[in-house]
Design a protein around this ligand. Sequence first.
Ligand code: AHR
Length: 350
Amino acid sequence: MKATKKKGLAMLASVMLLFSAACGGNNGGTNTPANNNGGASTAPTTETSASPAPEQTDKQITLGFSQVGAESGWRTANTQSIQDSAKEAGIELKFSDAQQKQENQIKAIRTFIQQKVDVIAFSPVVESGWDTVLKEAKDAGIPVILTDRAVDSSDTSLYETFIGSDFVEEGRRAGTWLVEQYKDASEDINIVELQGTTGSAPANDRMAGFAEVIASNPKLKIIASQTGDFTRAKGKEVMQAFLKAHEDIDVLYAHNDDMALGAIQAIEAAGLKPGVDIKIISVDGVKDGFIAASEGKINFIVECNPLLGPQLMQAVKDVVEGKEIPKRIVTEEGVFTSEDAKRELPNRKY
Ligand code: AHR
């Protein structure tokens, strides 16, 4: 067999493995809640890791991981998944929490370079401003993997792959549900938006995808849009301000469940019924979000899967072994109405 053909087959096997992990290993590949088994299939838990060949276990791999922070239920589940998967894969994990600050992530990456880790992975708090530190890692010969959030660097050789959701698509899914709900509206529908962390990929992309889709119906109007920093406390605070400034809010679009949950407190305190007086769409699908949805307080959830650990560890092993891996690995996700959430709540692990 020619060397090129061999390499091609090895790469194909690697792509299939990663794809299988991305799809939870047993998913038909569609984005319906039924096929997603309430997100369980999108949660490619530990079983999806391939058994390493004997020579792969010889070298102790060290991974430096810089996490965004602990701002949401999603983030907590993501951290747990990475820590558990590293343990399971026998990878030594150096974990650093950046507390939602880019400068802390840059410091952590520089420390990992000094420590000569085998691979650096991180979930960039914001999209811009990474080129210098990524070049430092490249010059030191340390491969970098992006998880969850992307960077806007034009030089894609600065990282091996980006594993995570398609945030623009998540925004589109939120918008598509809304367009369908209000297709016969004869009056303006006033929407308020709680954005994620300013400058972060999920905030930018969820905003863009949503705006793109609702533009098809001029009755759908975003009357206010502000960051709630992906936290419950800020979601509540900003929603209070929205309610004060606008008497006629029809819809809340929150970029994550935590902000929606904070906003629900503000809506109830204002004597209104969340999910009824104000329709609520959110993103993530963490357990607390599912509880609120099953109670009818959130009308529609677009799933964002935090269980990226198994895919990350597989990619780390592949990179260390010098295998080529896909530049982009997209996570499989579903959508959930209140009814879906009621059904799927018992299966929700995080
Ligand atoms: O990057 C993923 C986003 O970050 C999640 O939607 C949000 O909950 C988290 O804080």
